[in-house]
Design a binder for this molecule. Structure first.
Ligand code: HC1
Ligand code: SF4
Length: 572
C-alpha cells in the first residue's frame, strides 16, 4: 500500500494507483473531461491538474502514479484559475446553443462550467476552425449515418471517441494533426456512413459533450403520442429495464421493469409490449434453423452465427461478407416483434378498432437498432427506435417521477409474456444460453439450465462444451470477434457462435446510460440474471404466448409463414 495526503487528509491506496484514485478515495474531488476508467489516460484536458508538494509544476492526477509520502492539493486558487482559463478556452471554440443541445443537463463541459463558476460568456457563433481551408458542412455536422450524429463544432478533442472506436478494433474515427492540434476525424475524412463504422455507438457512450450522439428520434415519438391519431405500440428490449434505473438515481442493477411500463403508459402508449416475448420467438426459429443446418436440410454454413446484434451484422456485411453464409437468417427479436405487431394477432386486434396502421416504437439499449430498423428487409415494421437514454429524456421532459413510480406495471397481451431465457438476451452469452436450454430439451439431453462458462461482461471469447451437442462460443465485443475470426480455427471448433458487438452484450450497448463506474456492466449483469433466476418460466419454448402464436398463426418454426415474416437475408 501507498500512504499519502490529499488536501490535508491521510489516505492509503494500492501500489500502482493514480493520484486520481487517491483523491477520489480521500473524499476530495478534481474534475475530469478526457478521462474514462476504461482507457489509458491521455491527460489532454488538463482539468485534473493538482499540486504535488516538491513538484515544480502541477501534475495531471489521472495519469500520475501515487508515491509514498506525497502531499497533494487539489483546489488552490491558482489551480481553480487554471481550470477556469482552460474551460474558457474550450468555450471560445464551442457553440453557445447549450439550451437546445441534445445532451443539455448531461454534458460534462456544461456541468464543469457551472462547477468551476466560469463567468464569462463566449461568442455566439463560435465555430471550430479546421486545419484545412475548406471544412464542408457534411463533415462538421455529419448526419449521414442512420444511427449516429456527429457535430464537430461541439468536439472538445478529448479523444475518447477515438479510444472507444479503437477498443472495438473498427477505427472508423482516428486522430489527425490539424492546425492547432490533434483532432478526431473519420477515416479519410469521409462522412460516417461511408466509413467502416458499424453504428455500435460506443463513441456516443464516451463522448463527454454533444459531439457524438445517437440520432435523436424521441421528439418525433412524442409528437405522435401527443397527436393521438394513431394507435401506438412500444416494445422494450431486455437490457433497458435494468439500466434505465441509473438515469433516475436508483442503484445500478435495480430492476425497474414495472416502473418503466408505468412510465410508458403515462407517456401515452396504447400497447406496452415486450421485446423479450420475441426473444423467446427468436430462440424457437434459431434453434430449429441450427438443427436443420446440422441435418443438412437447410442452406447455410456451420458454425451458425447469431444474428440479433445489428452492429455485428453491419460488421459482417461491411468488413467480412465471406461470413454471410454462417449468419442465422432468423430476424432479431426487435424485427420479429415489428413483423408480428404488423401482421400477427395484435395487428388483427388493432385493425378491429381502426384502419390506420399503428405506430411502432422500440426502446433499445443500442444505437445500431436504429440502423437495423431501416434495413431493406425490415423497412416499415418499426417506425422509431429510441435508446434507453432517449427514453429517460422523454420521461424527464414530461416530469414523470420515475424513481417514485410503483414497480408493478404489467405488459399487455399478446406479446407481453416472456421467459427467463429471454431476459438474459441482454447479457453477453445470454442468447446462446437461451438456445442451449431449448436445444437440450429438444434433443432430450439432461443438461444444466445455467451455463456459467459463457457468462461475464469482459471482452473476450467464452466457451462451453455440451455433451451430445458440441462446443459453442460467446464473444463479448466486436474486437474479440475480429481476433477470433482472424484465422480459420473457429470453423473446426464450434457449432454455434454468439457475437455481441458491445462489451458485455446489450447491457453495455451504445444507447445505454453514460457511466464512469468501472463496475457498471457487472452491476447491470447481476440485475439481468436476477430477472432470470426469479422467473417461473426459464425456457423459451415454455412461453405460453409463443406456443399460442404457433398454434393460431405461424403453424410451426420455419413454416412458410415463419420464413416469410421471421427470417431475412444479408448482402455485402
Ligand atoms: Fe439486445 Fe436483442 S438482446 S440485440 O442486445 O436479441 O439492443 O437488450 O433488444 O433485437 O431481445 C439490444 C438487448 C435486444 C434484439 C433482444
Ligand atoms: Fe466507431 Fe462504433 Fe462510433 Fe462507429 S459507432 S465510429 S464503429 S465507436
Amino acid at each position: 500500500l501507498v500512504n499519502l495526503r490529499v488536501d490535508g487528509r491521510s489516505v492509503q491506496v494500492d501500489k500502482g494507483a493514480t493520484l486520481l484514485d487517491a483523491i477520489n478515495k480521500s473524499g476530495s474531488h478534481v474534475p475530469t473531461l478526457c478521462y474514462h476508467p476504461e482507457f489509458e489516460p491521455r491527460a489532454v484536458c488538463r482539468m485534473c491538474l493538482v499540486d504535488v508538494k516538491g513538484s515544480q509544476k502541477p501534475l495531471p492526477a489521472c495519469r500520475t502514479i501515487a508515491q509514498e509520502g506525497q502531499d497533494i492539493t487539489t483546489n488552490s486558487e491558482e489551480l481553480k484559475s487554471f481550470r477556469r482559463r482552460d474551460l474558457q478556452f474550450l468555450l471560445n471554440r464551442h457553440p453557445n446553443d447549450c439550451i437546445r443541445c441534445e445532451v443539455a443537463g448531461q454534458c460534462k463541459l456544461q456541468s464543469l462550467v457551472q462547477e468551476e463558476q466560469v463567468q464569462d460568456m463566449w461568442p455566439a457563433s463560435a465555430k471550430k476552425v479546421r486545419g484545412s481551408p475548406e471544412h464542408p458542412e457534411h463533415l462538421l455536422h455529419d448526419h449521414t449515418s442512420p444511427s449516429i450524429f456527429r457535430d464537430m463544432d461541439k468536439c472538445i478533442e478529448c479523444g475518447l471517441c477515438v479510444e472507444a472506436c479503437a477498443a472495438q478494433k473498427i477505427n472508423a474515427i482516428g486522430f489527425a494533426e490539424r492546425g492547432s492540434g490533434m483532432m478526431p476525424i473519420t477515416a479519410f475524412d469521409k462522412p460516417l456512413a461511408e466509413t467502416g463504422c458499424i453504428s455500435c455507438g460506443q463513441c456516443t457512450l464516451r463522448c463527454p459533450v454533444g459531439a457524438l450522439i445517437e440520432r435523436p428520434d424521441w421528439h418525433r415519438v412524442l409528437e405522435v403520442l401527443d397527436d393521438r391519431k394513431r394507435k401506438t405500440i412500444v416494445q422494450t428490449a431486455p437490457a433497458t429495464r435494468v439500466a434505465i434505473s441509473e438515469e433516475f438515481g436508483l442503484e445500478p442493477g435495480t430492476i425497474s421493469t414495472g416502473r418503466m411500463i408505468n412510465a410508458l403508459r403515462q407517456l401515452g402508449f396504447d400497447y406496452v409490449t415486450d421485446t423479450n416475448f420475441s426473444a423467446d420467438l427468436t430462440i424457437m426459429e434459431e434453434a430449429n434453423e441450427l438443427l436443420q443446418r446440422v441435418q443438412g436440410k437447410r442452406e447455410g454454413a456451420l458454425p451458425l452465427f447469431t444474428s440479433c446484434c445489428p452492429g455485428w451484422i453491419n460488421y459482417v456485411e461491411i468488413h467480412r461478407p465471406d461470413l454471410i453464409p454462417h449468419l442465422s437468417t432468423t430476424k432479431s427479436p426487435q424485427q420479429m416483434h415489428g413483423a408480428m405487431a404488423r401482421n400477427g394477432p395484435l395487428a388483427k386486434l388493432i385493425a378491429e378498432e381502426t384502419e390506420e396502421e399503428p405506430f411502432i416504437v422500440s426502446i433499445m439499449p443500442c444505437t445500431a437498432k436504429k440502423d437495423e430498423a431501416v434495413r431493406p428487409g425490415n423497412r416499415g415494421d418499426i417506425d422509431a427506435v429510441i435508446t434507453t437514454r432517449e427514453l429517460a429524456k422523454m420521461i424527464r421532459h414530461r416530469n414523470i417521477p420515475f424513481a417514485s413510480l410503483s414497480n408493478d406495471g404489467k405488459y399487455d397481451s399478446p406479446m407481453g409474456d416472456s421467459s427467463g431465457a429471454a431476459a438474459i438476451f441482454g447479457a453477453s452469452g445470454g442468447v446462446l444460453e437461451a438456445a442451449l436450454r431449448t436445444a437440450a430439451d429438444a434433443l432430450g439431453l439432461d443438461g444444466p439450465i445455467e451455463h456459467e462458462g459463457i457468462r461475464g461482461v469482459e471482452r473476450g471469447v467464452k466457451v462451453a462444451t455440451i455433451e451430445g451437442l458440441g462446443s459453442v462460443a460467446a464473444v463479448s465485443s466486436i474486437g474479440s470477434a475480429i481476433d477470433l475470426l482472424s484465422n480459420d480455427e473457429w470453423k473446426k471448433k464450434f457449432l454455434m457462435i454468439e457475437v455481441m458487438t458491445c462489451p458485455g452484450g446489450c447491457l453495455g450497448g451504445g444507447g445505454e446510460p453514460k457511466s464512469d463506474d468501472k463496475d457498471i456492466l457487472k452491476k447491470r449483469m447481476k440485475g439481468i440474471y436476477n430477472i432470470d433466476s426469479s422467473s417461473t418460466i426459464r425456457k423459451s419454448h415454455e412461453n405460453k404466448e409463443v406456443q399460442q402464436l404457433y398454434d393460431n398463426f405461424l403453424g410451426s418454426p420455419l413454416s412458410e409463414t415463419s420464413e416469410r415474416l421471421l427470417h431475412t437475408t444479408y448482402a455485402a
